[in-house]
Design a protein around this ligand. Structure first.
Ligand SMILES: Nc1ncnc2c1ncn2[C@@H]1O[C@H](COP(=O)(O)OP(=O)(O)OP(=O)(O)O)[C@@H](O)[C@H]1O
Ligand SMILES: [Mg+2]
Length: 475
């Protein structure tokens, strides 16, 4: 900023990067007024965009952030009031100054009602307009600041962090942000047991505009069909034996918030129909009730089953599936994202160190490698349990092979947890011949001692004798 331009009016333009200049959109069909507003405002250092019709103006607003709109009341295509209404609909909080040659009080009142920030009567002089513009822009800044603070406050600490550097985790996080930006009314979370479906559901809710509203979880398999219906939708007094009072269901209690419907794959068909109706109409009736109840609830559903399979079997409604699966979030199993294992392990070490008040600050490298190589059939939950156990056992200060079960230990023998997987390939195997060869091998390893061979095969002496006879084996 060493060479300050001579012309004072140009100073702002020069020193301000264009991206930081406040942007003003002038929607005005009269060329002369539009041109002169543009050039005068540009001299003041603003970035000015122009539109000669309402539609053109709305188009610009749909494509970019505009800090302030100057809107003519009378336009050739849409009248200014209609444009204003559409702006309020699509860009709530947008500061709009109406310019009106018709100072009829009704027009002004209507414009203010429709959300105009203020109005300026034509003809105006520029200094008067500039005052309004400056105040309008200040309002925009304040509104954005308030919005930012509100968001920060809402994305509360209750939104659990999703740990992991894998692309899958990054994608899920991006998807959660999109779902919340769009205010989507449903989401479907898919993933094996222990992959983090509950965590994702919570994260969606607590980072959404509904974060202050209730978050309620219900697991379909926890209830019988009738009870599940009454839990979800409530019931009227006397609607079934035991319904001694009228009770509101979760959908009523979660109004303004989110319901997390876990294990939706096990929801009975009759309830699936009722749920679908709710999703389409946002209304439902209590069990035994006649009144339509309207609520504003977002539904997040999750399952570890294949809903496609269930549809084929006829135990899951296709229409409900397609309604829910608008935005599916698939959490891959942990074995498909080994790069997340160590980060997660460390998260759990820190958490349990705090809980158990133990000074443990990490995991030995050879053990980390073993953790990463394991295939985690129980996913993140299994990892969490393994770390919890190790944290209880360890003498510290680092978790080592002795703190983990043998199948995980890099030093111990490494039998596959599932021998069948190792032995039975796609080409199949001759079971009897295999069994025979196992008996022979066990006898060989134990030098013909039948009891020792039986122990190797985890069987009794009688069981091995029986098989030796069957296969005609002589030790
Ligand atoms: N990416 C992650 N970051 C941090 N913690 C995670 C992550 N994924 C899962 N967890 C943790 O792992 C455990 C299991 O996750 P969660 O209960 O959400 O799994 P789930 O898919 O709902 O399992 P289930 O199908 O058995 O209900 C929880 O303690 C959860 O907080
Ligand atoms: Mg779960």
């Amino acid at each position: 900023m060493s060479d300050i331009p001579q012309d004072d009016s140009a100073v702002d333009v020069e020193v301000r990067p264009i991206t930081q200049a406040d942007s003003i959109l002038v929607i005005e069909d009269e060329d002369l007024i539009r041109f002169s507003l543009k050039s005068r405002l540009e001299q003041e250092g603003y970035k000015v965009l122009e539109a000669a019709t309402g539609e053109a103006g709305l188009q610009i607003l749909s494509e970019r952030f505009i800090d302030l709109v100057l809107l003519d009341y009378k336009l050739p295509d849409l009248d200014g009031l209609r444009v204003l209404e559409r702006i309020s609909g699509t860009c709530p909080g947008q500061v709009v100054i109406m310019m009106t040659a018709y100072s009829s009080i009704e027009g002004v009142v209507e414009a203010m009602k429709a959300g105009a920030y203020t109005y300026v009567k034509k003809p105006f002089d520029f200094s008067e307009m500039l005052e309004h513009v400056k105040r309008g822009l200040e309002t925009t800044r304040l509104r954005r600041e308030v919005e930012r603070l509100r968001r920060e406050a809402m994305v509360s600490d209750k939104a659990p962090a999703m740990i992991g550097k894998s692309p899958a985790i990054a994608q899920i996080d991006a998807l959660i942000a999109k779902i919340n930006q769009a205010g989507a009314s449903t989401a479907l979370i898919l993933g094996e047991s222990g992959t983090g479906k509950n965590l994702v559901a919570k994260r969606i809710h607590y980072s959404s505009a509904r974060a202050r509203g209730p978050f309620m979880t219900i697991t379909c398999t926890d209830f019988s069909e009738n009870l599940l219906e009454s839990e979800l939708f409530g019931h009227q007094k006397g609607s079934f034996t035991g319904a001694t009072g009228t009770k509101a269901g979760l959908f009523e209690l979660a109004d303004g918030g989110t319901i997390f419907l876990d294990e939706i794959g096990d929801m009975p068909l009759s309830l699936q129909a009722k749920l679908l109706r709710f999703l389409e109409e946002k209304t439902f009736r209590r069990v035994g009730g006649t009144k339509e109840i309207h609520v504003d609830v977002r539904l997040i559903a999750a399952t570890n089953q294949s809903l496609e399979e269930k549809m084929k079997e006829g135990s899951f409604r296709e229409d409900l599936y397609y309604r829910l699966a608008v935005i599916p979030i698939e959490i891959p199993p942990l074995r498909d994202r080994p790069e997340d294992v160590i980060d997660l392990a460390h998260l759990f070490v820190v958490a349990f160190a705090k809980e158990f008040r133990k000074k443990v600050d990490g995991i030995e490298p050879e053990m980390e490698a073993a953790l990463q190589a394991h295939d985690w059939p129980g996913n993140v939950r299994e990892l969490r349990n393994v770390i919890e156990r190790a944290m209880i056992l360890t003498e510290g200060p680092r978790l080592g092979p002795d703190d983990f079960p043998r199948f995980l230990s890099p030093r111990g023998p490494q039998p596959s947890r599932n021998e069948a997987e190792l032995v039975l390939g796609p080409q199949g195997l001759d079971f009897e011949a295999f069994e025979k060869s196992l008996i022979e091998r066990a006898l060989e390893l134990s030098n013909g001692n039948q009891s020792a061979a039986a122990r190797l095969l985890h069987m009794s002496r009688d069981q091995i004798r029986y098989r030796m006879e069957k296969f005609d084996i002589h030790a």
